[in-house]
Design a protein around this ligand. Structure first.
Ligand code: PMP
Length: 415
């Protein structure tokens, strides 16, 4: 019961046949529907060949399928030109590509990079290292008590020394949706490009990179029912053209001679050295089509229903406190703490009741520090979750007690 999607959606996901518990860790990774698994197996069983090189039928077929997958991603992101879509290994890989390929050119001693206080380590550590290695500063826009970026403080930090801006679209800790269009406009007002980490936005919100005016937009296939090891970097074509490939190799050159300078092919292929993850790209395209088939509006209504229901159910439980304001613009994430019990103990207890959640700092310890929490317990929903899954959480929470982590690590900040 509950949600705007039919309960039969669950039947699309083979894993539930043998793992029937409540899987509420979708922000970490989602399960894969048969449609995606079939696309991957279908590719390997009927086309499998290297792309962009083979002068034979299967090679051409594989190349066509790979480029069709690119066009599918372009359509999903409302990208004007498919060449602006680069296949990577995931969000982390996409961010590192921009940091090392462009950041190192744009940022020098005394310059600065501006990020927000809620960034995942994958959109924080590459910038932090860049700053450390170039003698630049990493500026962090503060968040308010509810974990939202303070836009005025963000704008105030922009200045002539800031050369790049990197912001998450949706927080993986609290599900907060940042006003990315406005933050990007601020960055552009300062004359600098903005990268958006869309890892948590893509499964829950329609994304239009042109409407956002994003310069770079990154996401991972595995967070939207696609395979692991595949991701996307969207980049504005003039910026992509300036991006120095961090890896060079096969598939990136027009011709190489021992004496002449190497002539590289244009983007995106210049940035995809070596044999790409073709099956991954095809699996991602199948996943995007799958979500389109469910209907973005229905997915959104489903998220809203489950997030509101979870907030209501959790708020009625003793000692349970929801962090932030997840129901403001639901993104399938609800984080909470149980007063007096360490999040790890809550997570372990839920696991014993066949409920899978993430507990801890969610690869964002600096954000948790500013929230003055040692961690949270995070429920994150996918299209197959139902109100019954939330009920299972609520039932289990009635019997949660302090455990190993609470007593071994009697930090009081989460109390
Ligand atoms: N950014 C955010 C906001 C995320 O939630 C994640 C995944 N937890 C990442 C980046 C990193 O994604 P990946 O591990 O797929 O590279």
């Amino acid at each position: 019961a509950g949600g705007a999607l039919p309960a039969s959606v669950r039947d699309d996901f083979p894993i539930f046949a043998t793992r029937p518990g409540a899987y509420l860790d979708n922000a970490a990774t989602t399960h894969k529907p048969r449609q995606v698994l079939d696309a991957i197996v279908g590719y390997y069983s009927s086309a499998n060949s290297n792309v962009g090189r083979g002068y034979h039928t299967l090679g051409r077929l594989s190349t066509d399928l790979y480029e069709e997958a690119r066009a599918c991603v372009a359509q999903a992101l409302h990208v004007a030109k498919p060449e602006e879509v680069v296949f990577t290994a995931g969000t982390t890989d996409s961010v590192n590509l921009v940091v090392d390929g462009l950041g190192r050119r744009l940022v020098g001693p005394g310059d600065a990079v501006l990020v927000t206080g809620m960034e995942h380590n994958s959109n924080l550590l590459p910038w932090r290292r860049l700053a450390e290695e170039t003698g630049a500063r990493l500026l962090v826009a503060p968040t308010d008590g509810r974990g939202r970026v303070d836009r005025e403080a963000f704008a105030a930090l922009l200045g002539p020394r800031v050369k790049l801006v990197a912001i998450s679209h949706v927080s993986n800790v609290l599900g907060t949706v940042n006003p990315v269009r406005e933050l990007i406009a601020d960055a552009h007002g300062n004359g600098v490009p903005a990268l958006v980490d869309g890892a948590q936005a893509i499964p829950h919100h329609p994304v239009d990179v042109q409407a956002l005016d994003a310069d770079f937009y990154c996401f991972s296939a595995h967070k939207i029912y696609g395979p692991m090891g595949t991701g996307v970097l969207y980049g504005r074509s003039d910026l992509l053209a300036d991006l120095r490939p961090t890896r060079v190799g096969g598939g990136t050159v027009k011709g190489v001679s021992a004496t002449e300078p190497v002539r590289y092919v244009p983007v995106p292929h210049r940035l995809e050295a070596g044999t790409p993850n073709v099956a991954g790209a095809i699996g991602l395209a199948a996943a995007l089509r799958y979500v389109d088939g469910l209907g973005r509006a229905a997915v959104r209504a489903h998220d809203e229903d489950l997030v509101r229901f979870a907030v209501r159910r959790l708020s009625g439980l003793p000692r349970v406190r929801v962090v932030g304001a997840p129901e403001e613009n639901p993104s399938g994430i609800v984080s909470f703490v149980v007063d007096g019990i360490h999040p790890y103990d809550v997570g372990g207890h839920l696991d014993q009741h066949d409920v899978a959640v993430r507990a801890g700092v969610h690869c964002a310890s600096t954000f948790l520090d500013t929230l003055d929490l040692v961690g949270t317990v995070r429920l994150s929903f996918g299209v197959y979750n139902t109100r019954d899954d939330v009920d299972a959480v609520a039932r289990a929470l009635r019997t949660v007690r302090p455990g190993f982590w609470t007593t071994e690590h009697p930090a009081t900040r989460f109390l």
